[in-house]
Design a protein around this ligand. Sequence first.
Ligand SMILES: C[S@@+](CC[C@H](N)C(=O)[O-])C[C@H]1O[C@@H](n2cnc3c(N)ncnc32)[C@H](O)[C@@H]1O
Length: 218
Amino acid sequence: MEADLPFAHSDELPSSIPAPANPIPHTLVNTRPLHNTPFVAPYVPVNPEVAGAALQFAGVGASDVLVDLGCGDARVLTQALSDHPAPPARCVGVELDPFLAEYIRSNHGPRLADGRLVLLEQDMFKVDLESLGATVMVLYLLPEGLEKLKPMIGEWLCGSAAAAAAAAGAPRRLVTITYTFPGWDPVDGRQASKTGSGFMGGAAGMHWLFRYEAKSVR
Ligand SMILES: C[S@@+](CC[C@H](N)C(=O)[O-])C[C@H]1O[C@@H](n2cnc3c(N)ncnc32)[C@H](O)[C@@H]1O
């Protein structure tokens, strides 16, 4: 499938790319193997270029509630609020790692206080996406985690609330970074960086973005 995905849109990426804002925080999740834990991905922060491209590709706009399940240090969400041309009304980050949650509380107090950023320190599999008011999501997780999320995300993309939102002209959408939902067809895909710079500007290879909508769900 990847051979069919278009590269052309990468010209739309912003030309000036901010440096990573934060040093990498200490984590619980990266200090032990993931198996036999609730964690479905290690902490690997996305770089700002890829985050900006993902926000653009997801079509994040002013009436959206943007959710990141496994938000790490919340960089995708804070970038959406600070640097995206159409910042969302609200962002919700779900993060199970207590060190990352504490890092967010310590570094983004004003955002948390004004309610534009909401942190849920909990297992992503226990959140109720409807009660969060999620309208758009950006996810950077391993395929195993995406597989496990399929029932929850499938209902969010295709259930009655999703149909009502689509009928009202606000279809729900989701962008994954690098990895795909096994067995689902993204409606579109694009390369996220011109440079090929990966994790924190290193040479970890190209990042791809995949966009999912209701018709992706099987
Ligand atoms: C690859 S990192 C992505 C971080 C951030 N979204 C970004 O793009 O920079 C995945 C994150 O998911 C978190 N995570 C993994 N399993 C989780 C779970 N079951 N519930 C909540 N967070 C989880 C990890 O602690 C880690 O911070």
